[in-house]
Design a binder for this molecule. Structure first.
Ligand code: PEP
Ligand code: MG
Length: 316
C-alpha cells in the first residue's frame, strides 16, 4: 500500500499550497541516470564528477572522455536542470596525482576548490569539457565549486568559468561555516548557493564525517546546522538568488519540510528518496513548514528539533 501511495505521487515537488520546491537527483555519473528519471527527478542537483577521476590514479581523464560522460547526463534531462560540481578531490576522496600525501589533517587541507586552484589545468580541462558537452543542448546547465570558503574563492571560480567560455550559471557550495556566515558576499561573485550539509555539519561541529564515534554531531537536525542553513537561504533571498540543499539532509522527508520552511529553494538527494520527500512535502503548506522550522530552531538538540518539527506538522 505504501508503494501504491508513492507511485501516485509524481510530478514536480511542491507544498500542499503549491509552493514549488524542485526535487533533484544526486548522481555520480551516467549509470545513476535511469534511477533518477524513474524517480521523476526534475533534474540533477549534484553531479559528483570525482567518480570519473577514480579510474586512473596518475592523471585526469581526457577532455574527450569527460565530454562523453557529461553529455550522457545532460541528454537525460532535456529542458531540465543539471548542476555539475567540479572535481572534489582530497580528504575522504584523495587522488594520488592531486592530493598532498603529507597533510596532518586532510579534511582541513588542500581539497575541493583548493585542489583545483592549485592545478588550474585540471579545472580548465573540466570546464572546457562541460562547455563542449552542453554546447548544442537545450539543458539548463549550472556549475558549482565545492569547499568555497570566502569571496576570493568564489571569484576565482567564477573567473575560471568565464575564461572557459562556459554558458552556465556559476554557483558556490556552502560546506564551510565561513561561507554561510558571509553568504551575501559570496553571492556578489556567483549566481546560486548549494548547501552541502554533510561537510557543513563536519566543519560546524569539528566532527569528522568518517568517524562513527562522533556521529551524534553529524546529525543534520542539529539546531546550529539549521541556523547556518537559514542564514544562507536568507542571504540568497535578499540577493534574489537561489539556495538549494544537496547533502543527505534533503533525503529525510521531515527535514526536507523544515529546510523548505527555512527558505531553501530546491532539494537534491539520492533518487530512492525522491518519492518519499515528494509525498511528505505535498502534505503540508509552506506556512506549516515555516512553523516547523521555527520550532526546530527554538530547541537545543537534534532530538528535540526533530520532535518539535514533528509535533507542529502532525498538528499536536
Ligand atoms: C556535502 O558535503 O554535503 C556534499 C553534498 O558533498 P559530498 O558529500 O560529496 O562531500
Ligand atoms: Mg561535500
Amino acid at each position: 500500500a505504501r508503494k501504491a501511495a508513492l507511485s501516485a505521487s509524481t510530478g514536480p515537488g511542491a507544498t500542499a499550497d503549491g509552493h514549488k520546491v524542485p526535487l533533484l537527483a544526486n548522481v555520480g555519473g551516467p549509470a545513476d541516470v535511469p534511477a533518477a528519471v524513474e524517480a521523476g527527478a526534475e533534474g540533477v542537483g549534484l553531479f559528483r564528477t570525482e567518480f570519473l577521476f577514480l579510474d586512473d590514479s596518475k592523471q585526469a581523464p581526457s577532455e574527450e572522455k569527460q565530454v562523453t560522460a557529461y553529455r550522457q547526463v545532460l541528454e537525460a534531462f532535456p529542458e531540465g536542470r543539471v548542476v555539475v560540481r567540479v572535481l572534489d578531490a582530497g580528504a575522504d576522496k584523495p587522488l594520488d596525482f592531486l592530493t598532498p600525501a603529507d597533510e596532518p589533517n586532510p579534511a582541513l587541507g588542500v581539497r575541493g576548490l583548493r585542489t583545483l586552484l592549485d592545478h588550474p589545468d585540471v579545472l580548465r580541462t573540466q570546464l572546457s569539457a562541460l562547455a563542449k558537452a552542453a554546447e548544442d543542448l537545450p539543458v539548463y546547465l549550472e556549475v558549482m565549486a565545492p569547499m568555497v570558503a570566502d569571496r576570493a574563492d568564489a571569484k576565482a571560480f567564477a573567473d575560471a568559468c568565464r575564461a572557459a567560455g562556459l554558458r552556465a550559471k556559476f554557483g558556490a557550495m556552502v560546506e564551510i561555516p565561513s561561507a554561510a556566515l558571509r553568504a551575501r558576499s559570496i553571492l556578489q561573485e556567483v549566481e546560486f548557493l548549494s548547501l552541502g550539509t554533510n561537510d557543513l555539519a563536519q566543519y560546524t561541529f569539528a566532527a569528522d564525517r568518517q568517524v562513527g564515534a562522533v556521529s551524534r554531531l553529524q546529525d543534520p537536525w542539529q539546531p546550529a546546522l539549521l541556523d547556518l542553513v537559514a542564514l544562507s537561504a536568507e542571504a540568497a533571498k535578499a540577493e534574489g538568488k537561489s539556495c538549494g540543499v544537496c547533502g543527505e539532509a534533503a533525503a529525510d522527508p521531515l527535514l526536507a519540510c523544515v529546510l523548505t520552511g527555512l527558505g531553501v529553494t530546491s532539494l537534491s538527494m539520492g533518487s530512492a528518496s525522491i518519492p518519499y520527500v515528494r509525498a511528505t512535502l505535498a502534505k503540508y503548506t509552506l506556512a506549516q513548514c515555516e512553523r516547523a522550522a521555527a520550532a526546530a530552531r527554538a530547541t537545543d538538540s537534534a532530538e528535540d528539533a526533530r520532535a518539535a518539527a514533528q509535533a507542529v506538522l502532525s498538528g499536536e
